[in-house]
Design a protein around this ligand. Structure first.
Ligand code: PLP
Length: 399
């Protein structure tokens, strides 16, 4: 029996439970999944020709050890892509990662010591919470509204912290568009105010922007990274939400001196050069813009379907309508408890996530009147059936 006291201190609090079923195929056919941000299978692009090309024309490269910082051509392409979105980057500002999640981990490795504080929105991306926690972070939770993170509340929290003689937070983690879980997008004014505040207080921002191109309507707001004058903004991007999550390729865009350090912290020997070559080849083909348009149209239809179904089946629930992304966030009326609703819906074969899981804090302060529904994976028929089942559970609880 392996004794727990041989574990690293920070590993001792990790759960020993094996993760619950994960692949859609592990659930019965009748189960409807609104829980995780899986891509729609119908939208996964056909990459076979790009893979064949990578394995023939570029075999020497793609079956070799990768560059620790990412293949030069992909870094160059990513810098140009972000520059077309208002940034001023070179390929030295880019580190290719195994998804945005690895980017979060690398930034934590780079910036956090045990006990350091970070700012997160309340609620925030729930998968990031254990990563931050594992690096010993303490959370300063800041509320948000339809325009995103409440910058005035953040300024007050920072003032209160400094008045109490506490060190400033090490960074502000934020998801400016189509926030996970709320769907909110920060207005241009809010973005400018956040960047100005962070710059004035010399606090880095970690901008996590996986859904940027999954926009259904309205103009783009500026990337926080595009507003960066101080070099204090670290940006996370990914191909997971736009192309395919199984590729596991994302990137960090930051000052070259930070990238140079993160390369040394990225211990797996570099992200797969085969996958990087496939993505690069796909991204430069005519199929890429057509794919983006298809993704935007299809997810927009699913969003509209889930909103219509929720309005019909869950009367009294508030639903924030996102302009893009994968999720809708519901605010439930009393006495409906989001944790109980999610558990009972699971028994009825509809999986969704209780809103309380998206709060970094714990205990009595965590609101229990929310649930998050992902509309990315389920078809229109499944959305109708799943929300109808959810509605039956809801009505039995709402009385
Ligand atoms: C806000 C946010 N960041 C990061 C990720 C994960 O991205 P990746 O698949 O690139 O690790 C997700 C996926 O759901 C997300 O919603």
């Amino acid at each position: 029996m392996f004794s727990d006291n041989r574990l690293a201190r920070r590993a001792r609090t990790l759960s020993t439970q094996m993760p619950a079923p994960h692949f859609p195929s592990e659930f019965g056919e009748q189960t409807i999944l609104f829980d995780s941000g899986f891509a729609a299978p119908q939208l996964l692009p056909d990459l076979a020709a790009h893979a064949a090309n990578a394995l023939t024309a570029h075999r020497d490269e793609v079956l070799q050890y990768a560059s620790g910082r990412g293949q030069p051509y992909l870094r160059e392409w990513l810098a140009t892509w972000m520059n077309s979105d208002g940034c001023a980057l070179t390929s030295d500002h880019i580190l290719v990662t195994n998804g945005a999640k690895q980017g979060i981990d690398l930034v934590c490795r780079l910036l956090l010591d045990e006990g350091d504080a970070i700012v997160v929105t309340a609620p925030t991306y729930f998968t990031a919470i254990p990563i931050f926690r594992h690096h010993g972070a303490e959370f300063i939770e800041i509320g948000q509204d339809a325009h995103g993170l409440d910058v005035d509340a953040l300024a007050s929290a920072l003032d209160a912290r400094s008045a109490a003689g506490k060190a400033p937070p090490k960074f502000i983690y934020n998801i400016p568009e189509f926030h996970n879980p709320t769907g909110a997008t920060m207005s241009a004014e809010r973005r400018a105010a956040l960047v100005a505040l962070a710059e004035a207080r010399d606090i880095p921002i970690l901008e996590d922007s996986p859904y940027r191109r999954v926009r259904f309507e309205g103009p783009d707001e500026p990337l926080l990274k595009a507003l960066d004058r101080s070099g204090n903004i670290l940006h996370l991007g990914t191909f997971s939400k736009l192309v395919a999550p199984g590729l596991r390729i994302g990137w960090v865009a930051a000052e070259p001196a930070l990238i140079a350090r993160m390369i040394q912290l990225k211990s797996e020997g570099g992200s797969s050069p085969l996958i990087q070559r496939i993505i690069y080849d796909f991204a430069r083909s005519d199929a890429f813009p057509a794919h983006i348009a298809r993704v935007q149209t299809a997810y927009c239809e699913r969003r509209d379907a889930i909103i219509a179904a929720v309005k019909h089946e869950l009367p009294g629930t508030l639903i924030a309508i996102p302009d893009g992304g994968y999720y809708v966030w519901l605010t439930l009326p009393l006495p409906v408890d989001g944790d109980v609703l999610a558990a009972k819906a699971g028994e009825a074969g509809v999986h969704l996530i209780a809103g309380s899981r998206f709060f970094a804090g714990s205990g009595a302060g965590v609101p229990r009147n929310h649930v998050r529904l992902a509309f990315s994976f389920a078809t229109a028929e499944q959305i109708a059936e799943g929300v109808a089942r959810l509605g039956a559970v809801y009505r039995s609880m709402a009385g």
